[in-house]
Ligand binder design. Structure first.
Ligand code: ARG
Length: 458
């Protein structure tokens, strides 16, 4: 017998039951559901809608249910339609009539909207804590590797010299923005939908602000149709998670490249690598590849949510039950990625010698050679041309700019003097890039310290 069996008398078809139920995936919201119900019961009593005695009994019943779920005494193996029905049915089983009064002035529509918000707020806190660990690690590693020269790339072609610390800080900035986005998403999630009823509010003299305050929400939804129909907060979270995944995926791609024999800029710790079943020499970056691969899943979850909502007339429609598996999957996936990625990163071995070698080979001081002439008065475009033709000559003769003799350089321009070698040495090129946000070691150290400070302020 279902709680809603009033108008509908016949038993539901068994296949429909299994198609309709969300208990297998929404059971994880049990604590949010119970917390929400407790706040609701207290408000009902405070407003004289139910008696203080009934509220006491409801609270005691809900407390015992929470405890029994948490200790494994109570399992979700009955055929309840969803977690909300499960808890209410169990409550009524335990305390009788007062249990039947809990759902006064409430609908499952505002209840599920509340539960999902409560549940996701907890998850967002955990995600933020995980991002904090990653950003703190990046700041620490950037400081440590502030002097390590490496080639910076565009088009995956060696471009200009940077430092490894500088490269790491780029990701620090991305993840800090991700963290800010999650905080902003949390602020919009802390809006109480309970009290919207099924769609049109209620005739009972409820106090929505009291419930909001009890649950730590900062506002109450202003329109009852919107209160039960809105899933923006979940979609926004899925979008934020997609951005985190995208950032993790780009970083993973670089880690995969860096630990290949072609680059060998880093070595992964054995604990974070896997071998091949047939090729004995292999040490594979599976963690980074999986993080990269799972990004598609998270994007898929975002698309599932956007698409499920796009054609729905106001207010609640059962399609909205489809929100849960998508957003839960996105949250679970990104949490797992962060929990594995950060420790992997913290154990990499950086190989500065190989980075330095790669930086020396790619003519990444060609811009600096042009700048040298420009600073001596030549227009940049003319200097660019000379530097370019010297690079061409070097490639044809298998040499590098810093090995060209001065009299040869002078044939290209009288402006070349002995100090050119100092000007185009990699160390000079990196150290000179002191513009704000640039890769010079002193800049990187300052930026790393600032990143830690900004993290502490968030
Ligand atoms: N399990 C439902 C969901 O997740 C709860 C809300 C059901 N409301 C309703 N009127 N059928 O969306």
């Amino acid at each position: 017998m279902k709680l809603w069996q009033g108008r509908i008398q016949a038993d539901t078809d068994a296949q429909v039951n299994s198609f309709n139920t969300s208990l297998p995936f929404d059971q994880r919201m049990y604590s949010a559901d119970i917390t929400g119900s407790m706040a609701h019961a207290k408000m009902l009593a405070a407003q004289g809608i139910i008696t203080g005695e009934d509220a006491e009994s409801i609270l005691a019943g809900l407390t015992s249910i929470l405890k029994d779920i948490e200790t494994g005494v109570l399992t979700f193996d009955n055929d309840s339609e969803d977690i909300h029905m499960f808890v209410e049915e169990e409550l009524t089983k335990r305390i009788g009539d007062p249990g039947r009064r809990l759902h006064t002035a409430r609908s499952r529509n505002d209840q599920v909207a509340l539960d999902l918000r409560l549940y996701l707020l907890k998850e967002e806190e955990e995600l933020i804590a995980l991002l904090r660990q990653l950003i703190a690690l990046l700041a620490e590693m950037a400081e440590e590797h502030a002097e390590v020269v490496m080639p910076g790339y565009t088009h995956l072609q060696r471009a200009q010299p940077i430092t490894f610390g500088h490269h790491l800080l780029a990701y620090g900035e991305m993840f800090l923005r991700d963290l800010e986005r999650l905080q902003q998403c949390m602020a919009r999630t802390k809006v109480l939908p309970l009290g919207s009823g099924a769609l049109a509010g209620t005739t009972y003299p409820i106090d929505r602000h009291m419930v909001a305050e009890a649950l730590g929400f900062t506002a109450v939804s202003r329109n009852s149709l919107d209160g039960v129909s809105d899933r923006d907060f979940a979609i926004e979270l899925a979008a934020d998670l997609s951005l985190i995944s995208m950032h993790l995926s780009r970083f993973s791609e670089e880690i995969i490249l860096w630990c290949s024999w072609e680059f060998k800029f880093i070595e992964l710790d054995d604990a974070f690598s896997t071998g091949s079943s047939i090729m004995p020499q292999k040490k594979n970056p599976d963690v980074a590849e999986l993080v990269r691969g799972k990004t598609g899943r998270v994007y898929g979850d975002l698309m599932a949510l956007l698409t499920a909502l796009k054609g729905l007339p106001l207010a609640y429609n059962k399609d909205m039950q489809e929100d849960k598996e998508a957003i839960f999957d996105a949250v679970d996936t990104v949490k797992e990625c962060l929990k594995t990625f950060t420790p992997m990163l913290s154990t990499i071995r950086v190989l500065p010698g190989n980075m330095r070698k790669a930086a020396a080979k790619g003519f990444i001081n060609a811009t600096d050679l042009a700048d040298y002439l420009t600073k001596k008065g030549m227009p940049f475009r003319s200097a660019y041309k000379i530097s370019g033709s010297l690079v061409g000559w070097c490639i044809a003769h298998d040499t590098v700019l810093e090995d060209l003799p001065l009299d040869f350089l002078k044939e290209q321009s009288e402006l070349f003097e002995e100090d050119v070698y100092e000007a185009i040495s990699l160390e000079t090129c990196v150290k000179g890039r002191t513009s704000y946000g640039g890769p010079a070691p002193d800049q990187v150290k300052m930026q790393a310290a600032q990143l830690s400070d900004r993290l502490a302020d968030l």
